[in-house]
Write a protein that binds this ligand. Structure first.
Ligand SMILES: C[S@@+](CC[C@H](N)C(=O)[O-])C[C@H]1O[C@@H](n2cnc3c(N)ncnc32)[C@H](O)[C@@H]1O
Length: 168
């Protein structure tokens, strides 16, 4: 797998909200942090820089049952958390704070609220009490694990279909 080291967009892409930091050597070592305090419910970005993804990848975001996009911005560096501080609302086309975020705090969303069956699974290092461990996509978790979360409509539909067919 080739991992692009140099972003093809102009950085910083969202200076009022996102500052990209590096925390370790090697791949997947960067993460988005809040460049300023962000109050709950602030819309920090939209998907206007996004383009359709030719295939799903570690970098793509699922926006419907069949479609994926590439973000083409520093939003790419939003890590996953099982107890996140933003949502990627693909129905409204916006990224929103779901609680007050302090300056310097990592900006995270729950990948299971957009991704059904991820191209690349990983062992979650969010270290929150809600941590689900291996993150592979919503397909691999019981619907109950997401019942108190904001979940995009395509994931709700896919969970309903999966659970309806498993009853037959
Ligand atoms: C879209 S990238 C996010 C930015 C990434 N940290 C980077 O430097 O490019 C997604 C990848 O980041 C890593 N990642 C994101 N959230 C993580 C988490 N909570 N625990 C461990 N790895 C994570 C995984 O390797 C995942 O495939």
């Amino acid at each position: 797998m080739t991992i692009e080291q140099t972003p093809h967009w102009k950085q910083p892409s969202h200076p009022a909200f996102i500052s990209v930091k590096t925390y370790k050597e090697g791949s997947f070592s960067q993460y988005a942090t809040a460049s300023n305090p962000i109050p709950k419910n602030t819309v920090i970005a939209d998907f206007s820089a996004a383009t359709p993804a030719t295939s799903k990848a570690y970098s793509s975001v699922q926006v419907s049952e069949t479609e994926h996009i590439e973000l083409n911005s520093d939003l790419l560096y939003s890590n996953h958390s099982c107890d996140p501080n933003v949502v990627f609302d693909t129905d409204k086309g916006e990224i929103r704070a779901v609680r007050d975020i302090k300056e310097g705090e990592p900006i995270t969303f729950n990948y299971l609220t957009t991704e059904w069956d991820m191209a690349q699974a990983f062992r979650c290092e969010c270290r929150t009490q809600k941590c689900l461990g291996e993150i592979q996509g919503a397909k691999y978790v019981p619907a109950k694990a997401l019942e108190n979360e904001f979940v995009n409509s395509h994931i709700k539909r896919l969970l309903e279909k999966r659970d309806a067919s498993s009853k037959n």
